[in-house]
Design a protein around this ligand. Structure first.
Ligand code: PLP
Length: 463
């Protein structure tokens, strides 16, 4: 092992706290350190290559080969002016980027408030929603989110957290959000039609809103395609139905496009693909392909006009929001996405990706469901044997544990994630948008190799 790796691991153990990580794991397994990237691949500090099948954290849309071009844009910006806020006055890149975003956003969403990340965008959207209603003479402070959803881990977005174990310890400190059913169809009665499922979800939503008193609810937040729970795509009629219910009760509809924006779902924004017509969009991640921290809230004319007509300020101010460096990088990133035609590239290749996933489903009994769209999929694995016997903890470890799945995938040269939130074991697939059939070959060869022995043990039944 290279000396540098050894030193870094020791220093990390002594000083570096990793997010969402059980630190006792570190003593059992050496820490992975990724030092370099190229195309859709990342290299660890020992030089081993891995296909990045989840765009790091669902964010490196252009992959890892545009560092030089991005660096030039960043350097030019730093030479011009290293920092100026978007607070009162502003700087050129923020203005240019806001215009570019307004051009790409769904119709009627034309006004951009920058933030420094996804969670902060959600928090800003909630504040905007509360203030919007105040300006219209209403006191509304609650919100609606969906079960199993993740919208950030700060105290504001934590209210929307649909995974109870992450939310409940902080509940008294966070905004009041009720969680309604997500749109996951897997596990519903086989005889239920898509239309019936949609009606069931909308009934649940309206019932929950009415029992909570609609006049107290400021906004509803949903991802057009929800990551946690299985990369959940809305059933037919759902988006329109949610929009109608929000309109009926004067609730603002906010689309969290932190992951789904910037081409991931084959459009600049998934709201367009699923006809959500939101009042606001929150976004981050792919806006810079994660080459610098940046987030944004995109407001509809209706919401913006309420502030403008009242002549009041937006009560949200953050030093690093809309940082010139990040805005310059976002402009270059968007230019690259356009030049490469990545939303179109995703649309052209998604059929191939889906077909390969369907073959995986046919080949492996332990694969129970495939869900997603564009370059964004969940492969849901079993939680019980074929006769219905639920897995014991030992079975879960045997089939889904790190030693069974995550490490063999890494050994096979693929970096990806098994999400176990709320007990739903879902392998997430979200490669950089520049990926194509060659990368799919690598990914599916690894998945087949790793799933083959697990599947055989699964079919053999309980020990
Ligand atoms: C849908 C969604 N919203 C918000 C966030 C929070 O973004 P950030 O980590 O930049 O605060 C995430 C993070 O993964 C997310 O997936």
């Amino acid at each position: 092992m290279a000396e540098a790796t050894e030193t870094w691991r020791r220093q990390a153990d002594d000083h570096l706290l990793r997010h969402m990580e059980d630190m006792t794991e570190t003593s059992r397994h050496p820490l992975d350190i990724y030092a370099r990237g190229e195309g859709c691949y990342i290299y660890d500090s020992e030089g081993k290559r891995y296909l990045d099948a989840i765009s790091a954290l669902f964010c490196v849309e252009i992959g890892y080969s545009y560092g030089d071009e991005i660096a030039e844009a960043a350097a030019a910006q730093l030479r011009d002016i290293g920092y100026h806020p978007v607070w009162g006055s502003t700087h050129p890149r923020a203005i240019e980027l806001a215009s570019v975003i307004a051009d790409l956003a769904p119709e009627g969403l034309n006004h951009v408030l920058f933030s420094s990340g996804g969670g902060e965008s959600v928090e800003a959207a909630l504040k905007l929603a509360v203030q919007y209603h105040q300006l219209r003479g209403e006191h509304r402070w609650k919100a609606v989110g969906r079960e199993t959803a993740w919208h950030g881990s700060g105290l504001g977005p934590l209210g929307f957290m649909g995974i109870p174990q992450f939310r409940t310890p902080f509940e008294h400190l966070i905004p009041r959000v009720m969680h309604v059913r997500n749109a996951k169809r897997y596990g519903r009665p086989a005889a239920e039609t898509e239309e019936e499922f949609t009606a069931f979800l909308l009934d649940d939503l309206e019932y929950r809103i009415r029992t909570e008193d609609p006049s107290t609810i400021a906004m509803m937040l949903i991802e057009p395609v929800q990551l946690h729970g299985g990369v959940i795509v809305p059933p037919k009629g759902y988006s329109e139905g949610v929009r109608a219910i929000c309109d009926k009760y004067g609730i603002l509809l906010v689309a969290d496009e932190t992951i789904t924006g910037w081409g991931r779902c084959g459009e600049w924004f998934a709201s367009t693909r699923y006809d959500m017509q939101p009042d606001m969009i929150t976004t981050a991640k792919g806006i810079t392909s994660a080459h610098a921290p940046l987030g944004a809230v995109i407001l509809s004319d209706r919401v913006f006009d309420t502030f403008n007509d009242a002549g009041v300020q937006i009560n949200h101010g953050v030093t690093f929001a809309g940082h010139p460096l990040s805005c310059a990088i976002a402009l270059k990133n968007i230019e690259i996405i356009k030049r490469l035609g990545l939303p179109q590239h995703v649309r052209a290749n998604e059929v191939d990706l889906r077909a390969r996933l369907d073959r995986l489903f046919d080949a492996f009994d332990i694969v129970k469901n495939i869900s997603g769209t564009g370059y964004y999929y969940g492969v849901e694995l079993a939680q019980a044997f074929e006769d219905g016997t639920p897995f014991t903890d030992a079975d879960t470890e045997r089939f889904l544990g790190t030693e069974a799945l995550a490490y063999p995938l890494l050994d096979a040269g693929v970096f990806m994630r098994l999400s176990m939130d709320n007990g739903d074991p879902v392998l997430c697939i979200a490669p950089p948008l520049v990926a194509g059939p060659d990368e799919f070959d690598v990914l599916f060869a690894a998945l087949e190799a790793v799933l083959t022995p697990i599947n055989a043990a699964f079919l053999a039944g309980p020990r």
